[in-house]
Design a protein around this ligand. Structure first.
Ligand code: ATP
Ligand code: SKM
Ligand code: MG
Length: 193
């Protein structure tokens, strides 16, 4: 059991689980925001399955995201991503962490709006850059100036991510703190509704 479920947040997790009902919790945001890491831990706290759309795409295609982009291009990748996410959202509850561009695609966004409660993990450029510059697995950042590319993506995408049902600030705090904030956002939204 994780520290999270051993201690006080148990009540919080139970409350968030009740508020979620059969809906899927869909994490959106830029590369490095923590969708996969925080998504997995949130699912564990809620006691529901976790799935990461990037991993699911790699599983069904038997290719890495990098190879998919190289072989078929971004448009084909997005079409596959839409199909995979639509299927993942057909039943719930689950925590679904999406790829950074998923919510930007109009079709995928429609499925997410219909099939889930979306949470935008919003981070600033320094936090994202610190996390993504350590790995070379993001095809969109294979540019001359990847930090600038990341900033351009932020500028283009943040107004769209802002359509999410909930927003949680992703920053350099313990991952457990991030999970608690996601759970709190879910329960707070349920109280407001
Ligand atoms: N709150 C946090 N504190 C420290 N490190 C974190 C935190 N959240 C995530 N990380 C780390 O940052 C890195 C990027 O996180 P993660 O892979 O979850 O991002 P992502 O949003 O899924 O990105 P992508 O869209 O590229 O899949 C990972 O190494 C993860 O462990
Ligand atoms: O931000 C994006 O557009 C992407 C993010 C990753 O999660 C992958 O889905 C892929 O590298 C594209
Ligand atoms: Mg991820």
């Amino acid at each position: 059991m994780t520290e999270l479920t051993d201690q006080a947040p148990l009540t919080l997790a139970a409350e968030a689980r009740a508020a979620l009902g059969k809906r899927n919790l869909v994490l959106i945001g830029l590369m490095g925001a923590g969708k996969s890491a925080i998504g997995r831990m949130t699912a564990q706290a809620l006691g529901i399955p976790f799935i990461d759309s990037d991993h699911e795409i790699e599983r069904v295609s038997r290719m890495s995201i990098t190879d998919l982009f190289a072989a078929y291009g971004e448009a084909e990748f997005r079409a596959l991503e839409t199909r995979v996410i639509k299927r993942l959202l057909r039943s719930g509850p689950r925590v679904v962490s999406t790829g950074g561009g998923a919510y930007i695609n109009e079709n995928t966004r429609k499925h997410i709006k219909r099939g889930g409660l979306s949470v935008w993990l919003k981070a600033d450029l320094d936090v994202l850059w610190e996390r993504v510059n350590k790995r070379d697995t993001r095809p969109l950042l294979k540019t001359e100036n990847p930090r600038q590319t990341l900033e351009n993506l932020m500028n283009a995408r943040y107004p769209i991510y802002a359509q999410a049902d909930l927003t949680v600030l992703s920053r350099d705090v313990k991952k457990e703190t991030m999970v608690e904030e996601v759970l709190t956002a879910i329960t707070a939204a349920a109280k407001k509704a």
